[in-house]
Design a protein around this ligand. Structure first.
Ligand SMILES: Nc1ncnc2c1ncn2[C@@H]1O[C@H](COP(=O)(O)OS(=O)(=O)O)[C@@H](OP(=O)(O)O)[C@H]1O
Ligand SMILES: Nc1ncnc2c1ncn2[C@@H]1O[C@H](COP(=O)(O)OP(=O)(O)O)[C@@H](O)[C@H]1O
Length: 207
């Protein structure tokens, strides 16, 4: 009897319709596109652009954006390190369900700790976790400051802001770093095309 977590006496129920059937129905393979980077680095913009471009190709995606998930599922969590870890753990588990559903799950979260991101990678089959690092210097993110949060953080009105007085650990072995080297002004559409080319090459856009 397989059990897991804190509860005992729980047994996995298998359905006659599984991931392979769902992927066949959708004509794609489930995967996670995990977009990590500083606030203002363009995570949400890339997520939406990618979602739209894949929708135009008839591919089903779902975006899990940090800001949005913190309005519901993760509304009980703050920005201290253990809450960020729990935020990422829950999002990773939800993303795993989307992968099993055959959906291309686009996650856009700061996810500042390498250990937390690696734990999410380990939840899905090899290759299905595509880590995309928004490699944008903090000076640029801060200059953009669309929500005025860097200004508040510099003024000491937000404590523990990522990149100011809280850490961000860049990936060591990500699948993609954007914008690509030599094209630091790449538009969101160009970056989305880079991700789509990767998905195409790895066979995720076909069953
Ligand atoms: N202290 C602090 N540090 C960083 N970010 C902060 C903070 N307080 C609020 N915000 C806003 O919350 C958004 C990040 O949420 P995430 O769930 O992606 O963060 S994390 O992955 O748990 O670190 C982030 O959204 P993005 O700007 O889209 O990244 C901010 O708008
Ligand atoms: N490739 C890009 N080039 C220039 N500006 C961008 C690009 N991507 C996003 N932006 C702008 O940067 C700001 C932050 O983008 P956003 O997607 O909200 O970042 P994040 O989700 O990482 O906080 C927004 O004003 C957005 O319009």
């Amino acid at each position: 009897m397989a059990t897991n977590g804190k509860a005992g006496n729980i047994v996995w129920h298998k359905s006659s319709v599984d991931k392979v059937h769902r992927q066949e129905l959708l004509q794609q393979k489930g995967c996670v596109i995990w977009i990590t980077g500083l606030s203002g680095s363009g995570k949400s913009t890339l997520a939406c652009t990618l979602c739209h471009a894949l929708y135009s190709k008839g591919k089903l995606t779902y975006i899990l954006d940090g800001d949005n998930v913190r309005h519901g599922l993760n509304r009980d969590l703050t920005f201290k390190a253990e809450d960020r870890a729990e935020n990422i753990r829950r999002i990773g588990e939800v993303a795993k369900l989307f992968v099993d559903a055959g959906v291309i799950c686009i996650v856009s979260v700061i996810s500042p700790y390498r250990r937390d991101r690696d734990a999410c990678r380990a939840l899905v089959p090899d290759g299905d976790f595509i880590e995309v690092f928004m490699d944008v210097p903090i000076e640029i993110c801060e200059a953009r400051d669309p929500k005025g949060l860097y200004k508040l953080a510099r003024a000491g009105k937000i404590k523990g802001f990522t990149g100011i007085d809280d850490p961000y650990e860049p990936p060591l072995n990500c699948e993609l770093a954007l914008p690509p080297k030599g094209n630091s002004c790449a538009s969101p559409c160009e970056m989305a095309e880079t991700v789509i080319s990767y998905l195409e090459e790895k066979g995720y856009l076909h069953a």
